[in-house]
Structures are given as C-alpha cells and as structure tokens.
Design a protein around this ligand. Structure first.
Ligand code: NAD
Length: 273
C-alpha cells in the first residue's frame, strides 16, 4: 500500500474502499472482504446509512484500530455548528468508535450558507482528538477559498468526483495550491460507460490488466487518493492490485485526453439538498 501524507502529517492509504449505496448488512460483508484482501481505509458517510455495518466489520476483523483509516461525512441537513457536533456524536455511536481518522463536510450546499460555521465545529472536533484529520468534499474553488480565508485550519482533503471523463485539472490545482490532498470519488466513473471505453480497453491489453486497474493506476500516478467501490469479492481484490505495473507518460497523456467534463453525480455549485 502507498500512503499520502496529509497537511497535518497524518498518513492516509492512497487506495481505500467505498460503500456508497450499499445497504448496512451488505456493507458489513463487503468491508469484511476488503479488509481481508488488504484494504486499510474505508469511506462511509452518515447519508449511506451503513456506519453500523462498517463498524461491525472493523471490530470483527481483529485488525488494530490504529492500522485502519476510517472516513465518515456530515450530511447537509446537519450543517451548522451545534447540529454538526450532534451529528458527529451520532456517527461515532453508530460506528462504535471513539474517533474517526477523517471527518468530511459532504457538500458545501452553498444556498444554506452554513459551511463556515460547520467547518468551525469540525475544527473543535479535531482539537478534541476525535477526528485525526478534517476535510471537505465537493468543495469548489470559491467555497474552499472561503473556508481557508475565514477559519484557522486548512482542510486536509477535498473529496471530489474525478475520473478520466472528469479530470478536474483546475480543482486539483486549486487543492494543491492550498496544500489540500485531492481524493477521487466515483474514481471508476461508476463503472458503466467509462470502463467500456475503447481507449482504456487498448491500454488494458497493453498492460495485461483490466480497464478498472488501468484507471485506478492513472489516479495513483496522478497522486489522487482513490476509493473504488465494489460488492463483488473478485473485483474488490482486483481493484487493490494496482501497484505492480506502471503507465508511461504517453499512457497518462492518452487517459488525460479522455476528459469530457462529464459528471455522473450532482454539480456542487447547485446541489443544495
Ligand atoms: P465507482 O467509480 O467506485 O464505481 C463503482 C462501480 O463500478 C461498481 O458498482 C461496479 O459496478 C463497477 N466496478 C467496480 N469495480 C469494478 C471492476 N474491477 N471491474 C468492472 N466494474 C467495476 O463509484 P462510486 O461507488 O460512486 O464511488 C466510490 C466511492 O466514492 C463511494 O463508494 C463513496 O465511498 C464515495 N463517493 C463519495 C461521494 C461524495 O459526494 N463525497 C459521492 C459518490 C461516491
């Protein structure tokens, strides 16, 4: 496993396991498979309603808590200083843990205009040692700038939609300028469409790997943190097996050239649910 050192010195596995849209029991089974396969980082969220299943799988694994990296996220309707503190307590209770490694604001939800207050609650949680790092998700240049200017702590991570059809060059550069690590959600573009791309099929043949492995390798070489999701044991293992080959500069440029600025999820400028 490779690690990314976050701006507060914490080491985060560069490749982790996502459980979006996975019901609680199935999340428990998938996380169990993932931990046995060698994943050490798990990405959940209050919204996913599977923090309890994730917690059960972590406890059952017998792996030392300090060896694991657990991320969860604050849902939009819980934004605001006091609400955030309550929502964080609820997440810890569901996970059955006394700290998380990374706590994220799930979306800026600009119409609410509460993300700065919310961030100040995350700063408090961090100062109490109950999150080893704090960060944001789906933050734009404008919303990230505001948090950096108006608060004390620079987010450690910005988790954004990022894959070969949405390469996010501007946002990656904006994150880097602030010392914020970029984490890619839907790193495989949710599978459909992207993984059938003929250019990726050609590169997969060239390297004797699957299109998913080529895409994940591209992320790793760009320096992104990635959290692919699968509930299929073979794919869970396949997605971790991306450290034994290398894309050359031409392969990287070819994949960068697939960009279409095409999202599979909502646009953070207008997503205010
Ligand atoms: P993904 O890009 O990881 O794609 C997952 C899908 O790709 C699977 O359901 C499967 O259909 C397919 N797939 C996976 N491995 C494959 C393989 N080896 N071969 C062929 N097909 C394969 O999409 P995702 O689940 O949307 O994103 C990953 C994680 O990112 C989520 O689980 C979640 O943790 C996080 N996420 C965060 C946000 C956010 O707003 N912060 C939003 C969406 C997802």
């Amino acid at each position: 496993m490779q690690y990314i050192t976050l701006n507060n010195g914490l080491r985060m596995p560069q490749l982790g396991f996502g459980v979006f849209q996975v019901p609680d029991d199935e999340a428990e089974r998938s996380v169990d498979v993932a931990l046995q396969a060698g994943y050490r980082s798990i990405d959940t969220a209050a919204l996913y309603q599977n923090e309890e299943g994730v917690g059960r799988a972590v406890r059952a694994s017998g792996i030392d808590r300090e060896e694991l990296f657990v991320t969860t996220k604050l849902w939009n309707t819980d934004q605001g200083y006091e609400n955030t503190l309550d929502a964080f307590d609820a997440s810890l209770r569901k996970l059955g843990m006394d700290y998380v490694d990374l706590y994220l604001i799930h979306w800026p939800s600009p119409a609410r205009n509460l993300y700065v207050d919310t961030w100040q609650a995350l700063e408090r949680i961090y100062s109490e040692g109950r999150a080893k790092a704090i960060g944001v998700s789906n933050f734009t240049e404008e919303t990230l700038d505001r948090v950096v200017k108006e608060t004390e702590i620079v987010p450690a991570v910005n988790q954004i939609e990022l894959h070969p059809y949405l390469t996010q060059e501007r946002m990656r550069a904006a994150d880097a300028n602030h010392g914020v690590a970029t984490e890619a959600w839907s790193p495989l573009g949710q599978g459909k469409g992207l993984l059938d791309d003929p250019t990726l099929a050609t590169l997969a043949r060239k390297h004797g790997r699957s299109p998913a492995q080529v895409v994940l390798r591209w992320h790793i070489q760009l320096g992104n943190i990635v959290i692919p999701k699968s509930v299929t044991p073979e794919r869970i293992r396949e997605n971790l097996n991306v450290f034994g080959f290398e894309l050359d500069d031409e392969d990287m440029a070819t994949i960068n050239g697939l960009n279409r600025d095409e999202r599979v999820g909502p646009d953070p400028e207008t997503f205010n649910k």
